[in-house]
Design a protein around this ligand. Structure first.
Ligand SMILES: CC(C)(COP(=O)(O)OP(=O)(O)OC[C@H]1O[C@@H](n2cnc3c(N)ncnc32)[C@H](O)[C@@H]1OP(=O)(O)O)[C@@H](O)C(=O)NCCC(=O)NCCS
Length: 214
C-alpha cells in the first residue's frame, strides 16, 4: 500500500529537497542539471510563493517537491495580467509512477485556486500535463516572451475565463533565470555524479526546438 502525503516544505529539509530535485533531473534534459540550484535561488526570490511550496511524502519518506512563482502575461492591449508558474516539479526516480507527481500537481493547483489565483502557465511536456487540464497556451492566444507559439507552453484556468482577453506574451520574469556558472559551483557542494547524453535529452531538444545532442 502507498500512503502519499502532501504538506508545505520545512526550512530544515531544504537541502534534502535540493538533493531530491537533483536526482529527479540529473541527465534528464541536458547532461547533469541546474534545477536544484534553481530551486535554491527561487525560494529567496520576491516572486516565490511560500504557501505553494509543497513536498510529497511516500510512506513517510520525502518523495517529491513542487514550487510556484508569480509570472505574467503582457496582453497585446498593453495590460499586465498576473499568472502563476510552477517548477521544478520533482519526484525521486525510485518513487516515480506511483501517483506522487499527480498528487503534488492536483493538490497544489487546488490550493492555488483557494488562494484566489486565476491561471497557471508552465513550460513542460504536454504528454504529461494534459491530464491535469492544461491546454496549449496558443488556445488562449498566449505566446512566449519572444512572441512565438510553442507546444511546451501550456495554460490552465483556475477560474473560468481567467485567460479570456489575455492574448499576448508570457513572461516568467527573472525568478526562473538560472546563472549556469553559479549553478555549476553550487553543484560542486553535492556528491559527484556522472554526466552523460541520454535519449530523454534528445526528446527534450526536439520539444524545445534545440539542436539534438551528439
Ligand atoms: C514528471 C514527474 C514529476 C512525474 O511524477 P510521477 O510521480 O512519476 O507521476 P505519476 O505517478 O503521478 O504519473 C505517472 C505517469 O506520468 C507519466 N509521465 C511522467 N513523465 C512524463 C512525461 N515527461 N511525458 C509523458 N508522460 C509522463 C508516466 O509515464 C506515468 O504514466 P501512466 O500513468 O500512464 O503510467 C516525475 O517523473 C519526475 O520527477 N520526472 C523528472 C523531472 C521532471 O520531468 N519534472 C517535470 C518537469 S516539466
Amino acid at each position: 500500500m502507498t500512503d502519499i502525503g502532501i504538506r508545505n516544505e520545512r526550512p530544515e529539509e531544504y537541502r534534502a529537497v535540493e538533493e531530491l530535485t537533483r536526482e529527479a533531473f540529473w541527465n534528464l534534459n541536458v547532461p547533469g542539471c541546474d534545477e536544484h540550484y534553481l530551486l535554491h535561488t527561487l525560494r529567496r526570490h520576491p516572486d516565490f510563493i511560500p504557501e505553494l511550496d509543497f513536498v510529497a511524502t511516500l510512506n513517510g519518506e520525502l518523495a517529491g517537491s513542487i514550487v510556484y512563482a508569480r509570472s505574467a502575461v503582457e496582453t497585446s492591449g498593453g495590460q499586465k495580467r498576473e499568472t502563476l508558474t510552477f517548477g521544478p516539479l520533482s519526484v525521486l526516480p525510485a518513487y516515480q509512477k506511483r501517483g506522487v507527481g499527480s498528487a503534488l500537481v492536483r493538490c497544489s493547483l487546488k490550493e492555488a485556486a483557494a488562494l484566489g489565483y486565476g491561471a497557471v502557465l508552465i513550460y513542460g511536456d504536454p504528454a504529461y500535463y494534459a491530464r491535469f487540464g492544461f491546454r496549449p497556451a496558443e488556445a488562449f492566444g498566449i505566446a512566449t516572451a519572444e512572441g512565438s507559439f510553442h507546444p511546451a507552453l501550456q495554460a490552465l484556468e483556475l477560474v473560468t475565463n481567467a485567460l479570456a482577453d489575455c492574448a499576448g506574451r508570457f513572461f516568467e520574469g527573472d525568478a526562473y533565470h538560472c546563472d549556469a556558472n553559479a549553478a555549476a559551483e553550487f553543484d560542486k557542494t553535492f556528491a559527484p555524479k556522472e554526466k552523460f547524453v541520454t535519449e530523454s535529452q534528445r526528446r527534450f531538444a526536439r520539444l524545445a526546438g534545440l539542436p539534438e545532442p551528439e
